[in-house]
Design a binder for this molecule. Structure first.
Ligand SMILES: Cc1cc2nc3c(=O)[nH]c(=O)nc-3n(C[C@H](O)[C@H](O)[C@H](O)COP(=O)(O)OP(=O)(O)OC[C@H]3O[C@@H](n4cnc5c(N)ncnc54)[C@H](O)[C@@H]3O)c2cc1C
Length: 290
C-alpha cells in the first residue's frame, strides 16, 4: 500500500455512520485484515497523517466539515470460540461475537447481540447493555500504537468505568480481543437474545437513523427521564429531533446536519440543567473538524 493507492480521497462519512451524518475524510481506507490494518497505519505514519479508526460508526457525531487525515474503516471480521472464550478481531460486529457464542453454547455474551458496532468500539468505550458491560466479559486485548508497536493488555489495566476506558482520548488501537462466558446451552442463549431484542424494539426508535443514547445516565437517574421531564420530546433543530419514543435518542429525520444535532444537544443540556441542576454528559463522541 502506498499513498498513491491509499483509499478514497474526500469520501463522505455520513453513509458510514448510524446517524447518517458527517462530512468528508481526507483519506478513507477500508481494512479487511490485520495485514491491511498494520499496512495502513504504516503509510499514515510515513506521511505524518493523523489516524481515526472507524468501527461501525454507531457512537459518533462526525462534524459537517469531516475528519482530517486518514479514516480507517475497520472491516476485519474474524471470531472463533475456544472452550468458553471467544477471540475476535477488532472489526467484528458485536452481534457476530454473540452469534458465535450462541452456536458454541457459551452463556453471558447475549447482550452483545443487541449492541451495534464492533469489538474495537466496545473495547474503546466499555459498551454494555442489560446489566453487563465489556469490562465484565473482556479477558484481554491486543493493542497497537501508531508506531505499529503492539502489546497485550489485561482488562483490569484498561481503566474501565461506566462507558469509559483509558483508551479514550488516546490513539491506541484495539487489534483483537478475547471475551469470556460460561458453559451453557444454545437454546437458552437464543431465547435470551430474542427477549433482549424485543425489549429494544419496543423502547428504542430503531427505524430512524440514530446513534444510541446521546447522553450518559447521571448517577442514580436516567438521561431520558430528565430530558422527557424537561418537555423536550419531539423538540427539533433543523432535521434533528429528540425522539418521541425515547428521549435520550436524537434521530435524523432526513436532512439533519451535525451542527443541528449539536445545537439540539446544547438545548437538552441547558434545559435539563436549568430545571434539575444536572449537567448531562454526552455519551456520543463528537469527532472531526468543528
Ligand atoms: C441503536 C443503537 C443502540 C445502541 N445501544 C447501545 C447500548 O445499549 N450500549 C452501549 O454501550 N452502546 C450502545 N450504542 C452505541 C454504540 O453501539 C457503542 O458505543 C459501540 O460500542 C460503538 O462501536 P463502533 O464500532 O460503532 O464504534 P464507532 O462509533 O465507530 O467509534 C466509537 C469510538 O471507538 C473508537 N474505535 C473504534 N474502533 C476502534 C479500535 N479498533 N481501536 C480503538 N478505538 C476504536 C473510535 O475511534 C471512536 O473513538 C448504541 C448505538 C445505536 C445506534
Amino acid at each position: 500500500m502506498t499513498i498513491a493507492t491509499f483509499g478514497v480521497r474526500g469520501e463522505k462519512l455520513a453513509p458510514h455512520t448510524s446517524l447518517r451524518i458527517g462530512g468528508p475524510a481526507d483519506y478513507f481506507v477500508r481494512v479487511a485484515s490485520e495485514k491491511d490494518l498494520v499496512g495502513a497505519i504504516r503509510v499514515a505514519r510515513e506521511h505524518e497523517l493523523p489516524v481515526f479508526v472507524l468501527g461501525g460508526g454507531t457512537n459518533l457525531l462526525v462534524a459537517d466539515d469531516g475528519i482530517r487525515g486518514v479514516v480507517l474503516q475497520n472491516g476485519w471480521r474474524e471470531a472463533a470460540a475456544d472452550g468458553t472464550t471467544i477471540e475476535a478481531s477488532s472489526g467484528t460486529e458485536l452481534a457476530h461475537v454473540a452469534a458465535v457464542a450462541a452456536k458454541a453454547g457459551i452463556v453471558g455474551l447475549e447482550w452483545m447481540a443487541t449492541v451495534p458496532g464492533t469489538v474495537g468500539g466496545a473495547v474503546h468505550g466499555n459498551a454494555g447493555a442489560f446489566g453487563t458491560e465489556t469490562a465484565d466479559v473482556l479477558v484481554d486485548a491486543d493493542l497497537m500504537d501508531l508506531n505499529g508497536d503492539t502489546w497485550l493488555a489485561p482488562a483490569a489495566e484498561l481503566g474501565y468505568a461506566y462507558r469509559t476506558s483509558k483508551l479514550q482520548g488516546t490513539p491506541t488501537i484495539c487489534v483483537r480481543a478475547r471475551f469470556r462466558g460460561t458453559a451453557g446451552d444454545r437454546a437458552t442463549v437464543v431465547r435470551r437474545i430474542k427477549e433482549m431484542a424485543n425489549e429494544r424494539m419496543k423502547k428504542q426508535p430503531l427505524a430512524q437513523p440514530n446513534t444510541g443514547s446521546i447522553f450518559r445516565n447521571p448517577p442514580g437517574d436516567h438521561a431520558g427521564r430528565l430530558i422527557e421531564a424537561a418537555g423536550l420530546k419531539g423538540r427539533r433543530v433543523g432535521g434533528a429531533m429528540v425522539s418521541e419514543k425515547h428521549a435520550n435518542f436524537i434521530v435524523n429525520t432526513g436532512d439533519a446536519s451535525a451542527d443541528d444535532v449539536r445545537a439540539l444537544m446544547d438545548i437538552c443540556q441547558d434545559e435539563v440543567q436549568e430545571r434539575f441542576g444536572v449537567r448531562l454528559v454526552p455519551e456520543v463522541e463528537l469527532v472531526g473538524e468543528w
